[in-house]
Design a protein around this ligand. Structure first.
Ligand code: FAD
Length: 392
């Protein structure tokens, strides 16, 4: 894309939206409810997305992908969530859609040739291992350590919340290779690997959680895992900067997912508000029901605009930190508010599982926490954009 900013999607982008929506529509509420309740990975959905060639959307063409940008990826993510698949659907494919960027940009030719075509055809599942129990959002405090030993590294440590670890063959793993107090900057001395999850040395335990239960999130215990040096991405000690590179697109993707859930929740609320008659009138006639829904429409549309600006800036090689962070913040907020209001509109039925609204409510809540909390976004805007003193 080039030229000035346009509010209209290109024909190709509209086609992507429509095709993804049609494909995702084959998986109905019952499918997602069942997968969520059974804590079962949505393999049929994943296979359908892979079969349609969508997993390789942003992977370069030389590796079998389409080489498209974050604009197209966010359109896909939004439609997948909006289909009613919500975060169960989005999280099952999220890593394939943009998570391999550190490999695409900084990986060796051998690593790319070995892994990227397998991402495209859906055969390779990868999880992302950053968060640790004692570090929290302060990634510089991670302690999982990779110690050089001849041509290998030997890794010991513990990760938490690693989504899809159970289903994954490989992990994109952030480790320390130099202790924090021996580096000039706290974020130096971190090293990123893409390596096999050898279950003899990696113990994976699913965490019982509030929602999005079709995709596991796990505690990961790593015990003397040997990683060949060829599995290192880029240079030793520079892992944090490789991850930073993917943070803005990741925020946009999450924003799109939040937006999609907000949209589907609002659609369902409008339908119910038109149909449900109490006191001899459809409940949607009451401004106490109608106004919050109209307000949510305005908030979702406004959040979408900043998201579209952010994706446009990124795809045109311009800096987008401010907009990407705002998009994540505003979409997560608008998406959750819409789900909450949809729940209120459904009254008691909102609280039941039957209408799927409670599922949207639980899933939309997640985006205010992960992969980065609303507070950390405000920290970024406060200190990096407004120039206020840093609290972190
Ligand atoms: C379902 C789910 C899936 C996940 N999947 C993955 C995954 O695949 N891979 C992965 O690596 N991680 C994953 N995560 C982890 C997620 O990225 C973290 O939970 C998130 O980054 C928040 O970190 P924390 O939980 O350690 O919170 P903490 O760092 O403990 O923070 C707790 C609270 O304190 C606030 N806070 C902390 N410091 C400040 C400050 N300076 N100013 C203001 N507020 C502050 C935070 O905003 C937050 O609200 C997942 C989490 C969940 C819930």
């Amino acid at each position: 894309m080039s030229g000035g900013m346009s509010f209209e999607l290109t024909e190709d982008q509209q086609l992507i939206r429509q095709s993804v929506a049609e494909l995702a529509a084959k998986f109905d509420d019952h499918y997602w409810m069942t997968k969520d309740q059974a804590h079962e990975f949505p393999q049929e959905f994943y296979d359908a997305i892979a079969g349609g060639g969508w997993l390789g959307m942003t992977i370069p063409e030389e590796y079998g992908g389409h080489g498209l940008g974050i604009t197209e990826a966010t359109i896909l993510a939004e439609e997948v969530a909006r289909s009613g698949g919500g975060m169960n659907a989005a999280s099952s494919i999220h890593m394939s859609i943009f998570g391999m960027q550190p490999v695409v940009v900084f990986g060796s030719d051998e690593m790319k040739a070995e892994t990227l075509p397998r991402i495209v055809n859906g055969d390779l599942h990868v999880c992302f291992g950053v968060t640790e129990p004692t570090a929290g959002l302060d990634t510089s405090r991670i302690t999982t350590f990779a110690k050089r030993d001849g041509s290998d590294y030997v890794v010991n440590g513990r990760k938490v919340w690693i989504s899809k670890a159970l289903e994954s063959e490989k992990i994109l793993l952030l480790t320390r290779t130099t202790p924090r107090d021996e580096t000039t900057k706290p974020t130096d001395g971190l090293t990123l690997f893409l390596t096999d999850i050898d279950r003899d040395h990696v113990d994976i335990r699913p965490i019982t959680k509030m929602g999005r239960n079709a995709v596991s999130s796990n505690e990961v215990f790593i015990d003397d895992l040997r990683i060949p040096a060829e599995h290192r991405i880029g240079e030793e000690g520079k892992g944090f900067s490789y991850i930073l590179h993917g943070l803005n697109p990741e925020r946009m993707l999450i924003a799109a997912e939040a937006l999609g859930i907000g949209r589907v929740a609002l659609d369902r609320a409008v339908k119910y508000a038109n149909e449900r008659v109490v006191f001899d009138r459809p409940i949607g006639m009451n401004q106490g029901i109608q106004f919050p829904l109209a307000d949510s429409l305005a908030r979702l549309d406004a959040a979408e605009l900043i998201l579209r600006k952010a994706t446009w800036l990124y795809d045109n090689g311009k800096s987008c930190g401010r907009e990407a962070n705002m998009a994540k913040y505003l979409c997560a907020d608008a998406g959750f508010a819409a789900a909450d209001r949809a729940l209120q509109t459904h009254g008691g039925m909102g609280y039941s599982e039957e209408y799927n609204i409670s599922r949207f409510f639980r899933e939309s809540r997640l985006m205010k926490i992960a992969p980065v909390s609303q507070e950390m976004i405000l920290n970024f805007l406060g200190s990096h954009v407004l120039g206020l003193p840093r609290s972190y």
